[in-house]
Design a protein around this ligand. Structure first.
Ligand code: ADP
Length: 260
């Protein structure tokens, strides 16, 4: 129950209690839970057919290529790209359901942080001709964390840098290492984020609105999921940005998570 109230005193100035209003939030909680359940079931149901369609498109693309039908193979390849987008949106919805119900799991293991970053940079460079990913690496550093989840954060930061800097080519990816943590920053020279929105970009379903932002589509979940992953890895995530000039998203995680 959410309550707001004013303390009441009798004529001897002795506290008697509060006068105010109470709002029952059981109903709100129930609705929130229903919404989470629905998102969970819907995204789970969407995942199966999408996975199956994806498998067929890959077979088709191979067949077309083998028969020299390059135009058709190209079209199927475009379909596959859109299916990847769909798979990633569904994945984000599933992750949010897991976060909200406390079921997001982590499999920690030791891995080479720079290698993870450089593999992803290489993969993502292949997806774009309009951008150049310029990476510089600190001395090698091994981290104990869930490499897939940390990779998900890195991918999210770089794909957002690409997405929100349509007019500029350069994206800088830098790793730093200190005695007890590693840091990654992704700098773009794109549309940037207004000061008032800076803290909100890590909130669930938050999307910046404004003249520059309205042409970009998305669910507003990527940064929320990233922030949750980094928090669970015992680290911190932050953003610096100037509207119209670009943004730098960074995170730091400890080499080994301190058990809490
Ligand atoms: P979305 O799916 O909308 O991209 P995110 O959670 O990844 O969701 O990002 C939240 C919002 O933060 C975005 O809608 C966008 O307005 C803003 N944003 C994220 N990354 C950048 C960036 N590199 N430059 C400018 N704005 C960004």
């Amino acid at each position: 129950c959410l309550a707001t109230g004013r303390p009441q005193y009798n004529s001897e100035k002795v506290f008697e209690g509060y006068i105010g209003a109470g709002v029952d939030i059981t109903e709100q909680k129930f609705l929130q839970q229903q919404k989470d359940n629905f998102i969970g079931i819907a995204s789970h149901e969407l995942k199966t057919p999408v996975t199956s369609i994806k498998a067929y498109t890959q077979v088709l693309e191979r067949m077309f290529r083998k028969n020299g039908a390059m135009k058709e193979a190209g079209m199927i390849n475009k379909m596959d790209g859109q299916l990847n987008r769909l798979t990633s949106l569904i994945g984000d919805l599933l992750d949010v359901t897991k976060i909200n119900s406390g079921r997001l799991q982590f499999n920690d293991q030791e891995f080479d942080f720079n290698k993870l970053v450089s593999d992803l940079v290489e993969d993502l460079q292949r997806t774009t001709q309009d951008h150049v990913l310029v990476a510089s690496y600190a001395a090698p550093q091994f981290v104990v964390a869930d490499d897939e989840r940390i990779g998900q954060v890195i991918t999210n930061l770089i794909t957002n840098a690409i997405k929100y800097s349509p007019g500029s080519k350069r994206i800088e990816i830098t790793t730093k290492a200190s005695e007890n943590e590693v840091e990654l920053s992704v700098r773009d020279y794109g549309i940037g984020i207004a000061k008032a929105d800076l803290n909100k970009v890590f909130e669930q379903f938050y999307r910046v609105t404004g003249a520059m932002q309205h042409t970009f589509s998305g669910l507003g979940l990527g940064h929320y999921i990233s922030a949750e992953i980094i928090k669970r890895a015992g680290g911190r995530i932050w953003v610096e940005s100037v509207e119209g000039e670009g943004s730098t998203f960074s995170f730091a995680i400890p080499l080994k998570k301190v058990k809490s």
